[in-house]
Design a protein around this ligand. Sequence first.
Ligand code: 13P
Ligand code: SF4
Length: 377
Amino acid sequence: MPEMDTVDLETDLSLFKYDDLEQLPPAYRDLDESDRTRRIEAARAELGEEVVVLGHNYQRREIVEHADFIGDSYQLSKRAAEADADYVVFCGVTFMAESADIITDDDQTVVLPSMEASCPMAGMAEALQVDAAWAELTAAADDADVVPITYMNSYADLKAFCAEQGGLVCTSSNAHEAFEYAFERGDKVLFLPDKHLGYNTAHRLDMAGATAEWDPWDSEAADAEGVADADIVLWDGYCQVHERFTEAHVEQFREAHPDGNVIVHPECRREVVEAADVAGSTSTICETVEEADPGETWAIGTEIHLTNHLQRWHPDVDVVPLCGGACMDCNAMRQVDPNYLTWVLEALADGTERNVVEVPPREKELAELALQRMLEV
Ligand code: 13P
Ligand code: SF4
């Protein structure tokens, strides 16, 4: 494994990583939609090509309607890097804005309208906590070389930690290739933070029987013996939005729509993925509905805003939320309120940068290395 300098990972186990958090001023709290739209458009007209607005697929309609590009986290970061704009306003969550900052040029500034948009799953594997568990975990693995892989849905300091340990980043569409890359270089994989994506990937590689879970909240209960025997160790994190789907939801849908199809995100539990017709990343879900024939019925197992957008964007396809009214929106994504978008855009038009996400230089360099390794898989 390549020798690397150690890095001082300055972080704490807090929900909000950016302490220069600015709250929405009272004057922006109750804007009505038509006034807000006019003000957003006016600020955008003044800024012209200086700004690009990116909207993640899980954002609400009033946000994506103002976005220059709509997509999944990785597609949007690439759009940010390709754009010439000085300012990238990223309507998504903190880890996405960090990734955009990592891959954009140094003279581009990334703004996250609400710093409270912090993904709970990313918070389940803070770098400080992983660093502390690493010694125990590698000791439990005897002399085996453990290669850490972190899902894109993690903070930059964890991506940096993985790079430092010879590991890499993956998305939900290339996780299996990242595992193969890791097994060419080490004996075991530690996958963070999403145990479901990790387990679904282990299945895809016919390695489900060689997994063990590591509970970061109770290392005494963590299965040290299991770790010694396992090839894949799964950090016990999960996404509350995707964990909500159950096999019963799939059965109920099939009873009501015998000719319907089911597609779910691989952050869903294994039994849900097995019961579905297709499991795929956010972009696979979008492409599948886009390519469906008119009249086809698709149940979608992912964040509810995306399901609603797909319904609006493809009215000739019958798009159904997999768990009906019980489907969830993402609490973190919801923090990006359109009033915040108005506020940050008007501030930029006035020459003031608000809620800038800037990854510290050393962390950025290492996180970029972890992302580059992903591009090699
Ligand atoms: P992607 O945009 O990478 O699909 O991930 C978004 C997400 O938060 C999935 O829960
Ligand atoms: Fe995080 Fe889940 Fe929300 Fe995605 S949907 S941002 S993984 S909490």
